[in-house]
Design a protein around this ligand. Structure first.
Ligand SMILES: Nc1nc2c(ncn2[C@@H]2O[C@H](COP(=O)(O)OP(=O)(O)O)[C@@H](O)[C@H]2O)c(=O)[nH]1
Ligand SMILES: [Mg+2]
Ligand SMILES: [Zn+2]
Length: 325
């Protein structure tokens, strides 16, 4: 039996880098790749998932012929990042597993930052305790009031303990700081299409030569150039898992209580809510979260995004009850 790390899944085949030492994955090249398939069923602790194996998984496999194998077991995951499947509302789609941190790339303009997107993304990483860094790309395009928006965002998220880094992939600003943050770690990089993930990765590691969307394409129909998650080896140490651009994130799979507990400052404040950890911070009496929003200690933007997510979950549940799905 051999052990390796999954670096790409294309549906039926998985690309694996043989390695017995997950902590010190060697810098690899295309010749090191082994292809493998799965036999049998793999499940994620009872949860329905669309893809049984994720990029980042440590797997045991048997070689059938040279460089072709069969995956037999998945080692327990340290963590995983999963989103609700865009096609099947009650299934999860694994983006990656065993990551040290997540890099959420956003842009304030071209494309505009979608309201609530950062908070929705954090709902994927927070339950798994995955440190998340917010990278604001394309700062070369900012002017006038845009800088207030940048400052406002940094204030909200830094206060909560998330690092915020402003960069320009095309001009090079902040690229060295980003490199330092990635060094020696396994990071997931994600964001909406067109925010400049591929451009950033090429700036960090020029020999990756990832395809960058021409400006006309990404402003239009949101063409995806990255269709499958893929792990890349960084020559300066570490790995980065590039993921397909995300359009929207929904959370029908979550209980409202789980949402409340994963807005970290709400959870901290809920100790002082009359109903404690059961409070959903809406119409409950003596709610410390609402109080904190009123006196400005909790961001009203975060609170509005939270309410929006709860409403969506409830609307979905209501609809399903009435259509007996
Ligand atoms: N002005 C500016 N344009 C950028 C920057 N980063 C990326 N772009 C452009 O944004 C578009 C989308 O970039 P791409 O890397 O394909 O985005 P992805 O979908 O997130 O991988 C391309 O036209 C890039 O040239 C940046 O820092 N500044
Ligand atoms: Mg891309
Ligand atoms: Zn409350």
């Amino acid at each position: 039996m051999n052990t390796g790390i999954v670096i790409k899944s294309t549906g039926s085949w998985y690309k694996i880098i043989p390695s017995t030492d997950k902590k010190n994955l060697p810098h690899w090249s295309e010749e090191d790749v082994v292809q493998a398939r799965i036999k049998g069923k793999f499940r994620l602790a009872g949860l329905p998932i669309t893809n049984p194996i994720a990029v980042g998984d440590v797997v045991d496999y048997e070689l059938e012929q040279e460089e072709k194998g069969i995956i037999k077991t998945i080692h327990p995951r340290k963590n995983y990042v999963a989103r609700q499947s865009p096609r099947k509302k009650h299934e999860l789609h694994l983006l990656a597993s065993n990551v040290d941190q997540a890099i959420l790339v956003v842009s304030l303009k071209y494309p505009d930052l979608k309201l609530g997107f950062i908070d929705r993304f954090l709902l994927m990483t927070e339950p798994q305790d995955i440190p998340t860094i917010i990278v604001v790309n394309k700062i070369d395009l900012l002017e006038g009031d845009d800088f207030d928006l940048l400052g406002g965002l940094a204030m909200i998220y830094e206060k909560l303990g998330y690092q915020v880094l402003a960069v320009s992939a095309t001009e090079g600003d902040g690229i060295n700081q980003l490199k330092d943050l990635l060094k020696g770690k396994q990071s997931l990089i994600s964001g909406q299409s067109g925010v400049g993930k591929s451009t950033l990765l090429n700036a960090l590691e020029p020999n990756l030569s990832l395809k960058v969307a021409p400006i006309s394409e990404y402003m239009g129909k949101g063409q995806h150039t990255t269709t499958f998650a893929e792990m890349h080896s960084l020559s300066f140490g570490g790995q980065i898992i590039d993921t397909p651009g995300i359009k929207t994130l929904s959370f029908n799979n979550l209980e409202p209580q789980v949402v409340a507990h994963n807005f970290r400052e709400f959870f901290a404040a809920s100790a002082n809510c009359k109903f404690g950890g059961n409070c959903l911070h809406r119409n409950e009496p003596k709610c410390a979260v609402k109080q904190a929003v009123e006196n400005g200690e909790i961001s009203d933007i975060r609170y509005a995004n939270y309410l929006q997510i709860l409403e969506e979950i409830e609307a979905q549940n209501h609809w399903e009850r009435h259509t007996k799905m």
